[in-house]
Ligand binder design. Structure first.
Ligand code: UD1
Ligand code: CA
Length: 457
C-alpha cells in the first residue's frame, strides 16, 4: 500500500486507572467488542507489514482474547509509561528491518483509515523523522498539548499534568491524538534519552517530539481538525459515549441495506455481525460477535444472540442464543436458551424454558417445554416430552446421549448418560433411563403404580 515498509505498534500495556476495572482497558468493550479489536481492524484494513502489540497489565487476559495475534505480542513489565512501551518493543521493530513504525494507543478504537493515510502521506512527503496526528478540542482535558514555536513549527508535546503545573492560566487547544509515525533509523538514537522527570514519573513517548526537535530532526504534526474519532477512551463516560455514537450508525447502516429493525433505538448490533436483507428484528435486541442472520430470519423482542448463525428461522421473545447454528424454518423460544455448539437442523423446534448445550437436534425434532439437553446427538423426527433432562454430568465427567430417529421421549424423563435410545423407540413418561434402549422398543423405567385402599377418617 505504501512506498516504504511500515509496521504498526499498538500500545496496550496500561491499566486504565480511570475506568476502575480489574480488566485491562483495551479489553473494555463497545458493543461487546474489545477496544483493541477495533484498532486491529483498522490496521488490518491498512495492510501494514506487521502488527506488534505491547501488553502488560492483565496480559494473560489480552492473550486469551486474541489468540491469533500472539506472534506480535511484546510483554512490558513493569509498565513505566508509553515511551517505555516503545523501548520494550524496539528490538522486535529493529529486527524486522521495516523503515517506519506507526504507533498508536490501543485505547483509541475508531481511528479512520483516512487519518492514518494522511499521517503517513504527509510524513513521507516531508521526510519526517517523527510525525503525529493532532486535533483541536474546545476542552483539551487530559490530552497532551501541542506546543508550537512562534514560526508555527512544533516544539514539543506537554502532557496535561505537566502543562497545568507549568502555566496554570494559559491554555492550548491543539492536542496529541496518540498516533505517531516514527522513522526507525533516526528515532533509535532518541530512545535511550527518554527520562521520567515529569509529573507522573513515567517515560513518555511524547518526549520524543521534544528530543527530535532539539536535535534538528524533522517533526511534523498533521492536524485533523476536531475529529472526535481520534479520541481515546479513558473514563466510563467516554466509553459509553463512544458506544452511543457507534450503535445507531451500525443499526442505520443495516436498515439502509434492507434489514427491518423495529424499535431501533433499543437494538444493539456488534460491528462484525452480518445480516441479510429482509431479516426482521424487533428491539430491544442484542446481536453480537460473529453472528450471521440469514434470509428469512425473524427475531422477536428481548433476545440476545452472540456468535451464532441463524439461517432463516424464527426466534421468539426472551431467547438467549450463544455459539449456536440454527437452520431454516426452525422455531426457538420464547424463553429458550441455546448454548455453544448447539445445532438445530431444519424445522426443529425448541420451546419455552428449554436449555440446550453442545447438542444436535435433527430435522423436524421438537423439544417444546421445560427441558435440558446437554451433550446429545438427536436424530430426525424425535419428540422430547416436557420436563426431559439429560443427566450428562456424573460429578466428574460429561457423557453423551444418543437419541436416534423417530424416538418419542415421554414427559419427565431423565436419561443418565452415556446412553443410547435406539431408532423408533418410546420411553414412557417419568422414566429414569440408565441402560441403552434397542430399536423399536417400549422402555418403561419407573416404579410400577400401586393403588392401595386409603382409610379416610
Ligand atoms: C497519551 C499521550 C497524550 C495523548 C493521549 C491521547 C503519553 C505520555 N501521552 O496520554 O499526549 O494526548 O494519549 O489519547 O503518551 N500504555 C502502555 N504502557 C504503559 C503506559 C501506557 O502500553 O506503560 C498504553 C495504554 O494501554 C494506552 C496507551 O498506552 O492504550 C496510552 O496510555 P494512557 O495512559 O492512556 O495515556 P494518556 O494519558 O491518555
Ligand atoms: Ca489514553
Amino acid at each position: 500500500m505504501f512506498n516504504e515498509t511500515i509496521g504498526a505498534l499498538l500500545l496496550a500495556g496500561g491499566k486504565g486507572t480511570r475506568l476502575h476495572s480489574s480488566r485491562p482497558k483495551v479489553l473494555q468493550t463497545i458493543l461487546e467488542t474489545p477496544l483493541l479489536q477495533y484498532v486491529y481492524d483498522c490496521f488490518d484494513a491498512l495492510s501494514v507489514d506487521k502488527i506488534w502489540t505491547v501488553v502488560g497489565f492483565g496480559h494473560e487476559a489480552v492473550r486469551e482474547a486474541f489468540p491469533d495475534r500472539l506472534d506480535g505480542f511484546v510483554l512490558q513489565e513493569p509498565q513505566l509509561g508509553t515511551g517505555h512501551a516503545l523501548q520494550v518493543a524496539w528490538p522486535a521493530i529493529k529486527e524486522s528491518g521495516l523503515a517506519y513504525v506507526l504507533v498508536t494507543n490501543g485505547d483509541t478504537p475508531f481511528v479512520p483509515e483516512e487519518a492514518l493515510l494522511d499521517l503517513v502521506g504527509h510524513a513521507l512527503a516531508q521526510h519526517a523523522d517523527v510525525a503525529f496526528l493532532s486535533l483541536v478540542l474546545d476542552d483539551p482535558g487530559s490530552y497532551g498539548r501541542v506546543v508550537r514555536k512562534t514560526d508555527g513549527s512544533v516544539r514539543s508535546i506537554v502532557e496535561a499534568k505537566d502543562f497545568l503545573c507549568m502555566d496554570p492560566g494559559s491554555e492550548i487547544h491543539e492536542v496529541n491524538s496518540g498516533i505517531y509515525l516514527f522513522k526507525v533509523e533516526t528515532v533509535e538514537q532518541l530512545l535511550p534519552l527518554l527520562t521520567d522527570d515529569n509529573a507522573q514519573q513515567e517515560f513518555y513517548i511524547t518526549q520524543l517530539v521534544d528530543l527530535a526537535c532539539s536535535r534538528g530532526m524533522r517533526v511534523v504534526a498533521v492536524e485533523e481538525g476536531d475529529a472526535t474519532a481520534l479520541l481515546g477512551i479513558n473514563t466510563p463516560q467516554e466509553l459509553v459515549e463512544a458506544e452511543d455514537r457507534l450503535r445507531p450508525q451500525i443499526v442505520d447502516r443495516w436498515i439502509e441495506n434492507g434489514v427491518i429493525i423495529r424499535n431501533r433505538d433499543q437494538v444493539r448490533i456488534g460491528p462484525k455481525v452480518t445480516i441479510a436483507p429482509g431479516v426482521d428484528i424487533t428491539g430491544p435486541a442484542e446481536v453480537y460477535g460473529l453472528s450471521h442472520l440469514g434470509v428469512h430470519t425473524r427475531v422477536a423482542s428481548h433476545c440476545r444472540i452472540e456468535d451464532s448463525e441463524l439461517n432463516g428461522c424464527q426466534v421468539h421473545s426472551f431467547s438467549h442464543i450463544q455459539g449456536a447454528v440454527i437452520e431454516e424454518e426452525c422455531s426457538v423460544g420464547p424463553f429458550a436458551r441455546l448454548r455453544p455448539q448447539t445445532h438445530l437442523e431444519s424445522r426443529a423446534k425448541v420451546g419455552n424454558f428449554v436449555e440446550i448445550k453442545k447438542s444436535t437436534l435433527g430435522q423436524r425434532s421438537k423439544a417444546s417445554h421445560l427441558t435440558y439437553l446437554g451433550d446429545c446427538v438427536i436424530g430426525k423426527d424425535v419428540n422430547i416430552g416436557a420436563g426431559t433432562i439429560t443427566c450428562n454430568y456424573d460429578g466428574k465427567n460429561k457423557h453423551q446421549t444418543y437419541i436416534e430417529d423417530n424416538v418419542f421421549i415421554g414427559s419427565n424423563t431423565a436419561m443418565v448418560a452415556p446412553v443410547t435410545i435406539g431408532r423408533a423407540s418410546l420411553v414412557g413418561a417419568g422414566s429414569v433411563v440408565t441402560k441403552d434402549v434397542p430399536e423399536e422398543t417400549l422402555c418403561i423405567a419407573r416404579a410400577k403404580q400401586k393403588n392401595l385402599r386409603r382409610h379416610v377418617g
